[in-house]
Design a protein around this ligand. Structure first.
Ligand code: NAD
Length: 498
């Protein structure tokens, strides 16, 4: 069996803690590798390594740092197919979907090629007589990123590319469930010209995360994962004086108005609800048709589409989605289906009996569809993170909007309508961080920022876009007075420009 490693100081370093975790191939259910779980001493060694290289990396001018990103993009064009296959086999999503995972990460790398421009400061000449003010952005130092299993390429790139472009050193602690792609990305950054030690990968679990959260030399923590852990990481990191951005779960609603283009809405809903087996924080997990006839029409078209979804191997180019990440997660999703039935929701499509012939140990489940879901039910309130859509019927637009607003999560929300007035009202009033108008998965492009509201996000600055360059830098403002300016002698009152 393959034994994975850490990546520290530009090379693969075997784990020394004696603790390991099995890494599965979800479509077969077989163990494909084991990953080391770092001790706090191993994390300390990685931080020391990062710290030792950071100042030198920060001194490399921003254009040269950006050129590493350009070379990385070239290398990734060569490696993309192999990486997509590796990603699909270790995560379970299809290869086509894995390509999207990689591509959306690379788009952030492309944005980071603009680092020299994004890092430019401000300058005011003659703010007072002979006085100039300059404001600059400086690297924060050593930053760390803790990432979830569901986007093993995209989310690490969302974090390490801006941090490194800003002149920081970075320690990535990827999900222990699929660490092979993150390890490979770090190797390829080295090939692209990144000095050893600037990007390190530590594999591990809570012990490694806590060691990062408590280490005095780690200045910033970026986290993406489930809400309880996001909240914990945020509290502990900020309690230790660090800057933190922690992104959590979603329960994204799609409101379908009576005037929606129903074909467009149903196409969008099956893709956003069931793509990647629903294991996306921006998946649509709640559909809200407005009015009984809209509900009837939506379900008339949606139900056969869910029944005929093609569940397949991750390597099957024709599959709509593949297996879930693990047996434990499959059990959890199946338990939610049973719970929904016992809570009184109407299970229109039951995917629990699905078995892939020849792959009976794979972590497969078919698409599931619930109708008559009530806001009081746990299947509505909690994130299931599987191929399950709940239909919650609303009598009016205001009632649909209230559902979005009253849910504890606020990652994304979408509305399908032909009315500009309604769409505009929804975009301005809905309490969610990312809104789609006739777009079910409104994940913003790299040059905008990504982040939810409410308990989907703890922190201030979003991921990627201009916010990432703020998160991974500190501002310094320099006020200078030169000989030609006023000489007023000592002044004991607080200086003003009045
Ligand atoms: P998770 O919370 O189980 O794990 C995320 C990371 O935290 C992993 O690296 C893991 O090793 C670490 N971790 C787990 N338990 C920990 C603990 N007790 N202490 C410290 N660290 C711990 O999440 P997951 O199952 O890998 O990912 C799925 C979740 O991520 C879903 O809830 C999904 O909505 C969310 N997600 C959110 C976004 C977003 O941007 N909002 C994006 C992708 C995924």
């Amino acid at each position: 069996m393959q034994e994975l490693t850490h990546f520290i100081g530009g090379r693969r370093v075997p784990g020394r803690s004696g603790r390991f975790v099995d890494v599965y191939e979800p479509m077969t259910g077989a163990v494909r590798a084991r990953a080391p779980l770092a001790s706090s001493e191993e994390v300390h060694a990685a931080v020391a390594n990062a710290r030792a290289t950071q100042a030198e990396w920060a001194a490399v001018n921003p254009q040269r740092r950006a050129r590493v990103m350009i070379r990385f993009l070239e290398i990734m064009a060569r490696e993309q197919d192999a990486l997509a296959k590796l990603l699909a086999c270790e995560h379970g999503k299809t290869i086509a979907d894995a390509r999207g995972d990689i591509q959306r990460g690379l788009e952030v790398v492309e944005f980071c090629v603009g680092a020299p421009h994004l890092l430019k400061g401000d300058y005011t000449n003659s703010a007072g007589a002979g006085i100039d003010i300059a404001s600059m952005r400086q690297p924060i130092g050593v930053a760390a990123g803790i990432t979830p299993f569901n986007f093993p390429a995209m989310i690490p790139m969302w974090m390490f590319a801006p941090a490194i472009a800003c002149g920081d050193a970075f320690i990535l602690k990827p999900s222990e469930r699929n660490p092979s792609v993150p390890l490979r990305l770090a190797e390829l950054m080295l090939e692209a010209g990144l000095p050893p030690g600037v990007l390190n990968v530590i594999n591990g679990d809570k012990e490694a995360v806590d060691a990062l959260l408590d280490h005095a030399d780690v200045e910033a923590i970026a986290f993406v994962g489930s809400t309880p852990i996001a909240e914990y990481v945020y509290a502990r990191a900020t309690g230790n004086g660090k800057r933190a951005q922690c992104f959590g779960a979603g329960k994204n609603h799609m409101v379908v108005m009576p005037d929606a283009d129903m074909d467009q809405a149903v196409d969008a809903l099956v893709g956003a609800g069931y793509g990647s087996a629903g294991e996306r924080c921006m998946a649509v997990s709640v559909a809200v048709p407005v009015g009984q006839s809209t509900a009837k029409e939506l379900l008339r078209r949606l139900t056969p589409r869910v029944e005929s979804l093609k569940v397949g191997l991750s390597t099957d180019e024709t599959a709509d989605f593949g297996p879930l990440i693990s047996k434990a997660h499959l059990d959890r999703v199946q338990n939610y289906i049973s719970l929904g039935v016992s809570e009184g929701a109407k299970l229109l499509v039951d995917g629990r009996g699905f078995k892939m012939q020849g792959y009976e140990s794979g972590f497969f489940i078919g698409g599931c569809l619930f109708d008559e879901v009530e806001p009081s039910m746990r299947i509505y309130r909690e994130e299931i993170f599987g191929p399950v859509v709940s239909v919650v019927r609303a009598e009016s637009y205001e009632q649909a909007l209230a559902l979005v607003d009253q849910h504890e999560y606020g990652n994304g929300a979408a509305i399908f309508t032909r009315s500009g007035d309604v769409a505009r009202d929804f975009a301005s009033r809905a309490k969610a961080g990312m809104i789609g108008v006739n777009v079910a998965t409104p994940t913003p492009l790299a040059y905008y920022t990504f982040g939810g509201w409410k308990r989907s996000f703890f922190g201030d600055l979003n991921q990627h876009g201009p916010d990432a360059f703020r998160f991974f830098t500190r501002t310094k403002t320099v006020t200078s007075r030169w000989a030609g300016g006023d000489r007023e002698g000592a002044n004991f009152a607080f200086p003003t420009m009045s």
